[in-house]
Design a protein around this ligand. Sequence first.
Ligand SMILES: Cc1cc2nc3c(=O)[nH]c(=O)nc-3n(C[C@H](O)[C@H](O)[C@H](O)COP(=O)(O)O)c2cc1C
Length: 168
Amino acid sequence: MRFRKIDAKEIQGNLFQMIGSDWMLITAGSLEKHNTMTASWGGAGVLWNKNVTFSFVRPQRYTREFMDAGDVYTLSFYGPAYRNALTLCGTKSGRDVDKVKETGLTPAEAKSGAVYYEEASLVIVCKKIYTQDIDPAGFLVPEVSKNYENHDYHKMYIGEILEVHIKE
Ligand SMILES: Cc1cc2nc3c(=O)[nH]c(=O)nc-3n(C[C@H](O)[C@H](O)[C@H](O)COP(=O)(O)O)c2cc1C
């Protein structure tokens, strides 16, 4: 199956389900050296007159080194057959295992140089346009701070959507 480029407004499906329940991969780096991790927090919407995504990555994630070093990254979504692959990418670090080898996912490069996997059903290519660490001074309710018992506050990445590809 081949990918077809679509407009962000043509994305089908419920993003709450797709991100929160089905999960996505955040992938950054180059084809030669990249890393990927599973994410179930984040979103997509409109900001500064741009279509954007919002991703939240804790400091200890290896993937974050690649996101900080580069300008582009991808969010990619997969069918149920890849649940085990996404579980692995969310429980093992690329510092310890070769996730491509372990999952059998096939890296590919978008026009911008961003890396995704051929097995995805939807790929959103993002350009980093804003980052900010979550500031605990902004927590207004106790249940939010409970997510940070180790004070490992996520960095928020706002990514301008450069390209969206779906499988035909
Ligand atoms: C379902 C699921 C969702 C996750 N969502 C996030 C997330 O949104 N942000 C984050 O920083 N880590 C998240 N994680 C944890 C990372 O995926 C996990 O720590 C991963 O091993 C990091 O890999 P890396 O060190 O190779 O980057 C999630 C894990 C799972 C299983």
